[in-house]
Design a protein around this ligand. Structure first.
Ligand SMILES: [Fe+2]
Length: 389
């Protein structure tokens, strides 16, 4: 996280005696990235965060198998057709993945169990609905358009308020703002498309009483369920640079040129082996002779996974892509606007249209993205041939 935050009660100095009202000591816990060499927070628990009373291996409910994108094809997946199963963690339907990142889709109206991903950070994009994110750091109320970024190892759960649809981006490392938007000490610079004021962290402690509380833990070895003696939500205060936060896509301030700007201007986050970009409503490119739509491009080193979340994406007109669709344009394939889309947008500009309403979340992966069963179960088999019509 880019900036320091303090929530609840913490002692005046680190690592000094901090006592409960009954005279006992609070248990201090450091959550630290990269050993002791990167961002961290100190949390103060009522009970020992180490006290577990049971551990068991867990078989994943959902299919986790991936297969290569063969024969190589551009793909169109219709998440609108996926059937809801489980909760926002156990019910994730795997769309794609590689050794760096896994992309899943889930829809649910029921609370998840407590969950800790110890493989990497997660960025969960809320496509639709309202959901309460509860964690050891506190609560974040999230809704449509929110990216909720969850540091590795954060114990949390999702409590939907009605049906909620999410895209879950599970990284193999840490998800951060793009380096080029940060000062050398981590402040978001003036040319960044968002600032610290746009990020929402937990505002107060969230304490839950409970005993013998199971927590689902994901590690590189697989899934386990650890049962804690006391409820892990027993933190009375914490401070530091490491905590979950939400950022709403509508707070992304688009960067616009007179002629068409490439996707890096939409970059929102970066992780090991991938980037996340937000395509938001904005003025159309305004050079008098601009072609205000993407040019054909061959991404030599990346696969483009694009989730269409709102508005009208003119470059894909006539392809069958709609809100809720995902396109995958892999390396090895040149993609661009569908036939007639360039002419249509130039004509729209001549009739006075000056803005685009498109809204999309893109994940560009630097290694080939293999396909999950969730994606294959909702694929539109005709998409690959839509440029040749
Ligand atoms: Fe593209």
């Amino acid at each position: 996280m880019p900036y320091y935050r303090v929530v609840g009660e913490v002692p005046r100095k680190r690592h000094v005696q901090f006592r409960r009202p009954d005279g006992g000591l609070y248990a201090e816990e450091l959550m630290g990235e990269e050993g002791f060499s990167s961002d961290s927070s100190l949390l103060y628990h009522r009970h020992l965060p180490t006290a577990i009373i049971k551990a068991e291996a867990v078989t994943p409910v959902m299919e986790t198998r991936l297969e290569p994108n063969l024969p190589l094809s551009p793909r169109h997946f219709r998440t609108q057709e996926l059937i809801s199963t489980g909760d926002l963690v156990s019910g994730r339907q795997l769309l794609g993945g590689n050794s760096d990142v896994r992309l899943s889709y889930a829809t649910s109206d029921r609370p998840s169990e407590l969950y800790r991903n110890s493989m990497g950070d997660e960025c969960v994009y809320v496509q639709r609905g309202r959901v309460r994110f509860e964690s050891t750091y506190g609560v974040i109320e999230a809704g449509e358009g929110d990216y909720v970024v969850i540091p590795t190892g954060t114990i949390h759960r999702w409590v939907p308020d009605g049906p909620v649809n999410v895209l879950a981006i599970e990284a193999g490392g840490h998800i951060r703002p793009p380096k080029r938007y940060l000062s050398q000490h981590g402040q978001l610079l003036e040319h960044a498309p968002y600032s610290e004021r746009d990020l929402r962290g937990p505002a107060e402690p969230y304490v839950v009483e409970g005993e013998e509380v199971p927590v689902l833990v994901r590690t590189r070895g697989g899934l386990s369920r650890l049962v804690y003696r006391h409820h892990p939500f027993d933190v009375v205060g914490w401070d530091g640079y490491l905590y979950p936060f939400a950022f709403n896509i509508n707070d992304f301030e688009p960067i616009v040129k007179r002629t068409h700007a490439p996707p890096p201007v939409h970059q929102t986050f970066e992780g090991p082996g991938f980037v996340v970009c937000s395509f938001c409503p904005r003025p159309l490119d305004y050079h008098p002779e601009a072609v205000p739509i993407p040019y054909n491009h061959h991404n030599v080193d990346s696969d483009e996974f694009m989730f269409y979340v709102g508005g009208d994406y003119s470059a894909r007109a006539g392809s069958g892509i709609d809100v809720g669709s995902i396109s995958l344009h892999p390396a090895g394939f040149t993609h661009g606007p569908q036939p007639g889309a360039v002419e249509a947008v130039i004509d729209a500009v001549s009739r006075g249209v000056t803005t685009t309403s498109e809204m999309a979340v893109m994940v560009d992966t630097f290694r080939p993205l293999d396909l999950g069963q969730g994606a294959l179960s909702c694929e539109d088999p005709g998409y690959a041939w839509t440029w040749a019509r």
